[in-house]
Design a protein around this ligand. Structure first.
Ligand SMILES: *[C@@H]1O[C@H](CO)[C@@H](O)[C@H](O)[C@H]1NC(C)=O
Ligand SMILES: *[C@@H]1O[C@H](CO)[C@@H](O)[C@H](O)[C@H]1NC(C)=O
Ligand SMILES: *[C@@H]1O[C@H](CO)[C@@H](O)[C@H](O)[C@H]1NC(C)=O
Ligand SMILES: *[C@@H]1O[C@H](CO)[C@@H](O)[C@H](O)[C@H]1NC(C)=O
Ligand SMILES: *[C@@H]1O[C@H](CO)[C@@H](O)[C@H](O)[C@H]1NC(C)=O
Ligand SMILES: *[C@@H]1O[C@H](CO)[C@@H](O)[C@H](O)[C@H]1NC(C)=O
Ligand SMILES: *[C@@H]1O[C@H](CO)[C@@H](O)[C@H](O)[C@H]1NC(C)=O
Ligand SMILES: *[C@@H]1O[C@H](CO)[C@@H](O)[C@H](O)[C@H]1NC(C)=O
Ligand SMILES: *[C@@H]1O[C@H](CO)[C@@H](O)[C@H](O)[C@H]1NC(C)=O
Ligand SMILES: *[C@@H]1O[C@H](CO)[C@@H](O)[C@H](O)[C@H]1NC(C)=O
Ligand SMILES: *[C@@H]1O[C@H](CO)[C@@H](O)[C@H](O)[C@H]1NC(C)=O
Ligand SMILES: *[C@@H]1O[C@H](CO)[C@@H](O)[C@H](O)[C@H]1NC(C)=O
Ligand SMILES: [Ca+2]
Length: 595
């Protein structure tokens, strides 16, 4: 849309480089400007940081757009509360000095009366470096909010669309940008832009926050790990860190099916999940359909107890829901009883990847999480179930490891547990400096006063919550190696707190555990921590579906675990050594430490 609002600044004044704020001050119009008044092409152009403000970034001839957007309503979102708001929608381009590339940024700027001196960077999901639906989160909290296209060719173009360049040739520029650099550039440019746009002076502090989940969470850690001074705080959800391991891990259930030579109707696995939830629900002291203590579930649940239970799933038709519009295939009606093979498969998968010597290569999701990575496909021609190779995992192998312009891995022929371990090792080593994102000395960030609220769905079915626990514990042992467990935990929790979210799935609510809470206001909690020193001893959260929708619940900070008492009417956060130990893994398949 072409901006239709005329600038308040006359061409003559513009030549004198008098800002819109200066003009209003001299005209003694000391009032908050309206969105219409600031959201003009002229003012936006004036706010683009000048060439040379950050070495290597070229903003000469930046192409900008601006248009005000009014009366936007959002509801039922996981990362921010319901709200109605307005903003100035800005895009700007820049290039890298010495190159003719083009990076696109999109800022959503609240109207001046709602602006609260905050900047928020948002991140991506899967192989995408941005997700537009996360932008309202910042605006709602009075922050100028940004996303980047990473220079990949537009906001809808993902990293995997440009990596590799061609068969056999890596795209190092895109990798560097995706790994961490694009976010560094966006926050640097975005913060400078925001200060000018709102007429902030050097005395006005502009708070800088990061918010993202999944790949967006990994991008957040990439910033905290490398650019400690740039951030006051970060909300990091279910981060896709330990990238080399994480992406290959998606292939493990399919290799388990091949190795154990049992390819179940998916309904059988769904049934096992439902039975697990039913059996473990009460272990947390509250029968609400939510497994808040997957650790106790792991200690008590026996997969063999599911054998012989009958299952039923109705037939489904094909739906276009997958990436690149590949249809999710139709399934027939499925009736049967859980088999010993099915129980053994589930038990093997939840136990995590071990190599042929029985050494652990990685860990899996928690009991009660959906088994979507183990989903099988029905072949109507042969009337048999067949392995459905994970798209995320397969594409990582073809593009990331084999450097082929292929969207999927076509076969698992000869692929063993050892192959998966080797692929993990290969990705870890090759991308250690860009994607692995496990630098565990965060002293500079802590020293600069930074705060982290990290959260992870305890029933996440795409990134193991034990991964977030592992990184938290790695930071603890790296930074506080000379302190006792209790003292180091307390020192770490002074600035980096991890909250496991009972029942939540991957960065979202979970239809299998609808009464579970989600930390919808975590950015607000981070702001309260940074700006008002209100420590989130427990994390505010909200039940977002089911009968108790809207109800408030608090989340316990790791290593404390929730335990309900008085028949589920009140909750304590407790420490339990046996439970704690179930979250800690010895990845002895590798000679090097895995942070
Ligand atoms: C805002 O949108 C709502 C519904 O989308 C509409 O009912 C209302 O009139 C709008 N308000 C303004 C000021 O445009
Ligand atoms: C924001 O601006 C971009 C670039 O002009 C445009 O494509 C997009 O539609 C705008 N979004 C809204 C909500 O106006
Ligand atoms: C910056 O961009 C301008 C315009 O595209 C170009 O003329 C100039 O050479 C670039 N500067 C560098 C150092 O690349
Ligand atoms: C890249 O390699 C794959 C696998 O060998 C092949 O199928 C594909 O055609 C190649 N693509 C191009 C553009 O050569
Ligand atoms: C599992 O439970 C969900 C509801 O929680 C239900 O929709 C689904 O049909 C169940 N699956 C099986 C196989 O029983
Ligand atoms: C489950 O049953 C299998 C045989 O079907 C047996 O080998 C295995 O040890 C049993 N597991 C447990 C935990 O009892
Ligand atoms: C499958 O199970 C459902 C529910 O238990 C039952 O209604 C249906 O008749 C069964 N279908 C077959 C073909 O056994
Ligand atoms: C795998 O990728 C190829 C090439 O993009 C495509 O033709 C094929 O349909 C894909 N297969 C699946 C199962 O997604
Ligand atoms: C799998 O291994 C067999 C036996 O070593 C070999 O003949 C075959 O070519 C291999 N297949 C692939 C796809 O590597
Ligand atoms: C423990 O290490 C910290 C940071 O390295 C240091 O400041 C502190 O003095 C050490 N404490 C003891 C008891 O050695
Ligand atoms: C905490 O969550 C409740 C809903 O569960 C919400 O009403 C309240 O505003 C939140 N508190 C903060 C500080 O965000
Ligand atoms: C415990 O709570 C459940 C669910 O709220 C209720 O159905 C049950 O009657 C309660 N039991 C006792 C002993 O109060
Ligand atoms: Ca429960």
């Amino acid at each position: 849309m072409a901006p239709t609002h005329t600038s308040l600044i006359s061409p003559a004044l513009e030549m004198l480089n008098i800002s819109i704020f200066g003009l209003l001050a001299t005209a003694s119009m000391a009032r908050a400007l309206t969105l219409d008044e600031v959201c003009t092409l002229a003012h936006v152009k004036d706010s683009v940081p000048i060439q040379g403000f950050l070495p290597g970034l070229n903003t000469t001839d930046s192409i900008v757009t601006a248009n005000p957007v009014y009366n936007v309503s959002v509801s039922d979102e996981p990362y921010y509360p319901d709200a109605t708001f307005e903003y100035c929608n800005v895009t700007m381009t820049y290039s890298h000095s010495g190159k003719s590339d083009n990076v696109l940024l999109n800022f959503w700027l609240p109207s001046p009366e709602n602006f609260k001196n905050r900047w928020v960077s948002t991140g991506g999901f899967g192989f995408a470096i941005n997700v537009e639906s996360t932008l309202p989160g910042g605006v709602i909290y009075g922050a100028a909010t940004g996303r980047t296209d990473g220079g990949f060719g537009g906001f809808d173009t993902s990293f995997d669309d440009v990596f590799p360049l061609v068969n056999g040739t890596s795209n190092q520029d895109a990798l560097f940008m995706f790994g961490y650099q694009a976010h560094h550039e966006m926050s640097s440019l975005g913060k400078a832009f925001t200060k000018t746009f709102y007429g902030l002076t050097d005395e006005n502090k502009l708070y800088a926050y990061y918010q993202g989940c999944s790949e967006g969470g990994r991008e957040g850690f990439s910033q905290v790990q490398r650019f400690p001074e740039e951030w006051d705080g970060a909300v990091i959800g279910a981060p896709a860190i330990r990238y080399g391991h994480q992406q290959v891990n998606h292939l493990f259930p399919q290799v388990a099916q091949q190795t154990l030579n049992y390819i179940p109707p998916y309904c059988e696995l769904e049934k096992i999940v439902n039975l697990t939830i039913a059996a473990c629900d009460h272990l947390d002291g509250k029968k609400d359909g939510v497994v808040s203590r997957t650790d106790l579930c792991k200690l008590r649940f026996d997969f063999n107890s599911t054998i012989g239970q009958s299952y039923h799933c109705s037939a489904t038709s094909a739906v276009n829901q997958r990436k690149r519009q590949m249809p999710s295939p139709a399934t027939p009606a499925q009736n049967g009883t859980v088999t010993a093979e099915g129980a053994a498969l589930a038990s093997t998968i939840y136990n995590g990847l071990h190599d042929s010597d029985g050494r652990r290569a990685y860990f899996w999701y928690q009991l009660g999480s959906e088994m979507s990575d183990a989903e099988t496909q029905y072949d109507f021609t042969s009337a048999k179930w067949k392995i459905d190779i994970s798209e995320l995992g397969g594409e990582w192998v073809t593009r990331g490891l084999q450097l082929l312009e292929l969207d999927n891995l076509s076969s698992l022929e000869n692929i063993t547990y050892d192959t998966l371990r080797d692929w993990m090792l290969e990705g870890w080593q090759r991308y250690d400096d860009v994607l692995q994102t496990t630098w565990s000395d965060l002293s500079p960030f802590e020293g600069a006063g930074g705060k982290i609220i990290s959260y992870h769905g305890e029933s996440d079915n795409s990134i193991p919550p034990a991964s977030s626990v592992r990184f938290h514990e790695s930071v603890r042992s790296t930074m506080y190696s000379n302190l006792s467990f209790q003292k180091s935990t307390s020192a770490l929790n002074d600035w980096y707190r991890l909250f496991l979210v009972p029942g939540a799935s991957h960065c979202n609510t979970n239809s299998l555990q609808p009464n579970a809470p989600f930390p919808q206001t975590s950015l607000g909690s981070l702001i309260d921590w940074v700006e008002h020193q209100e420590v989130p001893i427990t994390l505010n959260s909200t039940i977002l579906s089911g009968d108790n929708k809207g109800a408030h619940q608090e989340l316990c900070a790791w290593p404390l675990r929730p335990l309900w008492k008085d028949n589920g009417t009140s909750m304590d956060c407790v420490f339990d050594q046996e439970s704690f130990d179930t979250w800690i893994y010895d990845l002895d398949a590798y000679a090097l430490p895995v942070y």
